[in-house]
Design a binder for this molecule. Sequence first.
Ligand SMILES: Nc1nc2c(ncn2[C@@H]2O[C@H](COP(=O)(O)OP(=O)(O)O)[C@@H](O)[C@H]2O)c(=O)[nH]1
Ligand SMILES: [Mg+2]
Length: 467
Amino acid sequence: MTSHGAADTIAAISTPLGEAGIGIVRLSGPRAFAIARRLFRPHRSHSTWQSHRLYLGHIVDPQDEIIDEVMVTLMRAPYTYTREDVVEINCHSGYGVLRRILDLALAAGARLARPGEFTLRAFLSGRLDLTQAEAVLEVIRARTETHLQVAAAHLKGGLGRRLSRVRQDLLDLLARVEAALDFPEEAGELPPALVRDGIALQAESLKTLADSYEAGRLLREGLLVVIAGRPNVGKSSLLNRLLDMERAIVTEIPGTTRDLVEESITLGGVVVRFSDTAGLRPAQDRVEELGIERTRERLRQADLVLYLVDASVSAAPEDGAALAEMAGQPGLVVVNKIDLTPKLSEDELSGHTAWPRTKISAKTGQGIEALKEEIVAQALGGGLRVAGEVITQARHHEHLRQCLTFLGQAQGLLDPYENFGNCAPEPPWELVALELGSAIHELGEITGEEVGEAILDRIFGQFCLGK
Ligand SMILES: Nc1nc2c(ncn2[C@@H]2O[C@H](COP(=O)(O)OP(=O)(O)O)[C@@H](O)[C@H]2O)c(=O)[nH]1
Ligand SMILES: [Mg+2]
């Protein structure tokens, strides 16, 4: 994307390409109506077209050949997604039909939309702020109800409004500082403590928001839980039990699982991806060696490790070594096969790890629900707290962090002047103004009030075609 001028008319297939009941070709821009009327022949001829009404008819090609029977909606600006004239053609969904109708629209003068361009136009026309535009993609991608709730709240504009308010308050403070700089005699004395307290107030609210990213990231990216342990302790059996299906091959032969087997379920409102791995032991061949390498890499990425041991045999030296190696990571020791005669004593592993211990039988299902609860408790601190506004985007978190740094520096400049009386020396207002200006800019990058074209390209480039 190089130019965001919105003078041309764009078209795209807005539904997934595939066989289904309905597919939609969408047009937006000044020529949308004219193009639609060249392709569309209504069953009843209409002297006037009404906005936001459905019309039944045929799409025909320039040779008057009927392509499909469709329902068409003409939506007049500004009450549309993009605030431009928009046309939606509801046709039958099939690769050939959708492609043909799109081609006819392009031949009639539309340009193929770039990914996310409809939403970009909604942003550029001021219908959505940038956080709302990003939320569109998030709503589309949300896989849990909790994530959808948060995304829907962003789409409503809650986050954008909150940040805009903070930004406005900071702009007001900046205006007072600049007035004090430019017209000292008119502005009178500006008490440093007043400015500093004003900054502190906004910083506090932004800090709460920045802290919510931990929960937000989990909502968005989900959680990676890696199941590790020696061969034959029941890792694949546990995976199957957690998923409630025979996903991984289980045998009594050690070294059965050689590649990563991964699948997701929802726990506590979060998508949890379980990764079943190759058993940790000295590799017997090249394939197993590669599998163990992958396991080690996965273990480093894990949000939580389930280290499995077999209750019916004593611990091996490798268990102690593996546990000691992962001591800095969050994890659980899972004692499996408790349906068998116990051999593993309670204190065998306690010297090597401080991880809590849970007992299960992957075979009978005993302890599995408790294990799920323990996973949620360990990884999410007892479940996801999504009260209030939650930020979910790394981009937002980064700008908030930067903003807080600038605000902290502004406060630091003012701190030494707090206890001076009337004959106080003036604080370095120029520097305070610079820090405030930078902080304000960071917030503007989030809401889109101050954002560069390159960033827009990056954000909207992640969208699917037709959105
Ligand atoms: N009795 C009993 N056997 C189990 C249990 N979990 C797994 N097994 C058996 O242990 C063997 C190895 O299991 P598997 O899941 O392939 O272990 P992995 O190598 O760690 O993936 C298989 O014969 C399983 O049937 C359990 O809880 N109880
Ligand atoms: Mg296995």
